[in-house]
Design a protein around this ligand. Structure first.
Ligand code: SF4
Ligand code: SF4
Length: 379
């Protein structure tokens, strides 16, 4: 299987929103310079050539659509260099949707971008955290963007729904809203940056059970809700039986380069927001990749938590995901108690759901998981 290096450019520190849980750092007017973007792309192409891998390019922020001209320029520049890559690059963007227009969507669609749209489900759930600077909710703006995407059935798009301690009681309602307004893949991003109390974890358990019921009903009605979290766990079970223990292995620092606005390199897009923390910075657009730092990160990544060594879920849980661990515990290689509990919950829920659907010989389930691959995982 061809491996792909993902280069993620943080185009700006600025954003149209001021979400309560934002981990992307302080919001102010500061965009990436074209020269910084060009050097970052060149270095990533060199790295892809060295590793004999493909290369994808992704855009992040702040809100990357605030730098629309720069984004287009980066796309054109990589296209002009694409002959150096062994496969055609693919493109992606993570956006809050507030600046998505029909013209921009058309441009992205024509170039087959994967559009990750940040939408936390129902108005009540979304507006709790995803607000404008004046405190007003942004749900009507993102609902407009969702409707635009729905007009383009072939656009590759995924909803990114953040679940926080202060919205977890609305999770099932949020998934219901998404499943009826956005008939595409839905990803639940648990807010591991926040502290979760035992009581909030109990609410997560109850809400996730309700989500599983919604998913079960959707399969029985032959209109499956595509919840990527559940699907990854089901696939990890199927792959485990095929002796493939690699399904949740993290490529931090090796096949991920996140580039900050100022051109510093981080081992994952989700770690760009930590600023210029020397511990996880492994080079910049002026000096290139710092191999000693990169090798240190690669050697350090994984999981050193003793309890995990004997755990039956070891190959199915996020225990070795560096950015998730960093968010939850402050270290790229240590799990937190909440991460452990929530991963067990997600695995056990997925197994129960899959066993039920398999026992029923549900046609939609069998088609999706046993007759054809559900496709490349998009994170
Ligand atoms: S839209 Fe994204 S970058 Fe902007 S404030 Fe919200 S989480 Fe942060
Ligand atoms: S479920 Fe918990 S103990 Fe098991 S591997 Fe995951 S984090 Fe470790």
């Amino acid at each position: 299987m061809l491996r792909v290096l993902t280069c993620t450019l943080c185009l700006t520190h600025d954003c149209t929103l001021r979400c309560n849980y934002c981990y992307a750092g302080r919001k102010y007017r500061h965009a990436m310079r074209h020269e910084t973007a060009r050097r970052a792309i060149d270095i990533c192409i060199d790295e892809a050539e060295r590793l004999r891998q493909g290369m994808d390019l992704s855009f992040f922020g702040g809100e990357p659509l605030m730098e629309w001209e720069l984004l287009q320029w980066c796309y054109e520049y990589l296209e002009s260099q694409a002959h150096r890559l062994i496969v055609r690059p693919r493109y992606g963007i993570t956006t809050n949707g507030t600046l998505l227009t029909p013209k921009r969507l058309e441009w992205l669609a024509e170039r087959d971008f994967l559009i990750g749209i940040s939408v936390d489900g129902s108005p009540a759930m979304h507006n709790t955290n995803r607000c404008y600077a004046d405190g007003s909710g942004s749900h009507s703006s993102v609902a407009r963007a969702v409707a635009l995407i729905n007009e383009h059935p072939t656009v590759r798009s995924k909803a990114i729904c953040v679940v926080s301690p202060n919205t977890v009681h609305l999770l099932a309602e949020g998934v219901q809203w998404l499943s009826s307004h956005f008939r595409r893949e839905i990803g639940l991003n648990i807010d591991y940056w926040s502290n979760w109390t035992d009581e909030q974890f109990e609410i997560l358990c109850k809400q996730y059970a309700r989500v599983a019921e919604l998913v079960l009903d959707s399969y029985r009605m032959d209109t499956p809700i595509r919840l990527s979290n559940l699907e990854h766990k089901i696939l990890s079970h199927i792959h485990a039986h095929a002796d493939n223990k690699d399904c949740v292995k993290c490529s931090i620092g090796e096949r991920e380069i996140g580039v900050s606005v100022d051109g510093n390199f981080f081992p994952c897009s989700r770690l760009i927001g930590i600023g210029d923390e020397p511990e996880l910075n492994f080079g910049n657009v002026h000096d290139g990749i710092n191999r000693a730092r990169q090798n240190y990160i690669i050697a350090t990544r994984g999981n050193t938590t003793p309890e995990c060594k004997l755990c039956e879920f070891r190959s199915r849980c996020l225990n070795s995901c560096g950015c998730t661990n960093h968010a939850a515990s402050g270290y790229i290689n240590r799990v937190s108690p909440f991460l452990c509990c929530s991963e067990k919950l997600f695995i056990e829920t997925a197994d129960t759901l899959a066993e039920t659907l398999y026992a029923e010989q549900n046609p939609a389930f069998l088609k999706l998981f046993y007759q054809k691959s559900p496709g490349r995982a998009e994170n």
